[in-house]
Design a protein around this ligand. Structure first.
Ligand code: UFG
Length: 332
């Protein structure tokens, strides 16, 4: 298929571009490089030996989005583009609503205009808010705690409404758990601009000595060692899930929500220990207060992905830690 990838230069987007090309699809990418760089796409081309069209453009710029549809025959869209920092979204909600929501509406309107009605959307486990139990399956109640999460949930709702209004649409909503790791070549990796928020990039900063220590947010949660439990998933597994989702939308109409996680919960201290063991480094860390808004435990019931997409994660925590560190060291 000819797939338009929005936000294809980002962490998950660039890995998905690689896997799509590897599976024999053709891609067209657009990105405004707000939180990414053209280098990731050059590396995808180098790794696959395939070239593709890249548009530097913003999804709020309707004329530029239209131009992409005008100049290409597109069968489906994978929509990664969007702002994604929880804290920033609390400080700048309008920026988040304008970019994520308005941008998506422009993309969907343009798709409809050009009769492209297949889309895979990059959602997040954040739409489950504070889950009452774990593992979390797709029929759990939805609720969000910050503007970033609200944009994900609002876009999910918009997509569901579009499917109700027009039975020709095919929508797969992928709810990611916690992506970490990097491509085996080390040429694609997470490269956040500014101060990172997520555990793995912060853990790496501490391992490299860029910060004195990693702050562990709370050790008094009702979990096995008191620290927060999450479902870390290797970005390569996650990227492969998108190829399966593209196969699925080729044959199915309507909207479906699917978790992409491993189903295994891992605590902050377990992640630190595994990282230290696998990479032979020390991660200085210090327990501090809980971070407001964090939940104790969040991990997936990944059975629907297996049933509908024939997908499940194969890479474990050790590979995630090894590949995250190797990619950073490769860069150094
Ligand atoms: N943590 C620390 N120290 C840090 C950073 C994180 O102890 O410096 C802890 C957190 O308290 C949490 C765990 O590590 O227990 C994971 O935190 P992340 O910030 O890496 O990830 P979250 O699970 O909080 O959030 C992630 C994404 C969100 C998404 C959410 C959905 O960052 O975009 O998953 O579940 F919404």
């Amino acid at each position: 298929m000819n797939i338009l990838v929005s936000g294809g230069a980002g962490f998950i987007g660039s890995h998905a571009c690689f896997e799509l090309l590897d599976a024999g699809h053709d891609i067209i990418v657009f990105d405004n490089y707000y939180n990414s760089s053209p280098e990731a796409l050059a590396n995808v081309e180098e790794l696959t030996g395939k070239s593709f069209k890249i548009y530097e453009c913003d999804m709020l710029d309707r004329a530029s989005i239209e131009k992409i549809f005008e100049e290409n025959t597109i069968d489906a869209v994978i929509h990664f583009a969007g702002y994604k920092a929880v804290g920033e979204s609390v400080a700048k909600p309008l920026m988040y609503y304008n970019n994520n929501i308005t941008g998506t509406v422009i993309l969907l309107e343009t798709m409809a205009k050009y009769n492209v009605k297949k889309i895979v959307f990059s959602s997040s486990a954040t739409v489950y808010g504070v889950p009452e139990t774990v593992p979390i399956n797709e029929s759990f109640p939805l609720g969000v705690t910050n503007p970033y999460g609200r944009t994900k949930l609002m876009i999910e709702d918009i997509l569901r409404d579009v499917c109700v209004s027009d039975k020709d649409w095919s929508v797969v909503i992928l709810r990611y758990f916690n992506p970490v790791g990097a491509h085996a070549s080390s040429k694609l990796r997470e490269n956040p601009k500014g101060i990172p928020n997520n555990l793995m990039p912060r853990l790496i900063q501490a391992a490299k000595g860029e910060v004195e220590y990693l702050t562990v947010f709370g050790d008094d949660y009702p979990t096995r060692d008191g620290t927060g439990v999450r479902d870390y998933i290797h970005v390569v597994d996650l990227a492969k899930g998108h190829v399966k989702a593209i196969d699925y939308i080729a044959d199915n109409k309507g909207a479906i929500e699917i978790n992409l996680g491993t189903g295994n919960g891992c605590s902050v201290l377990e992640l630190i220990k595994t990282f230290e063991k696998v990479n032979g480094v020390t991660v200085p860390h210090k327990i501090v207060e809980r971070r407001p808004g964090d939940v104790a435990e969040c991990y997936a019931d990944p059975s629907l992905a297996k049933e509908l997409l024939g997908w499940s994660a194969v890479l474990g925590l050790e590979e995630m830690c090894r590949d995250s560190w190797r990619a950073v060291m490769y860069e150094a």
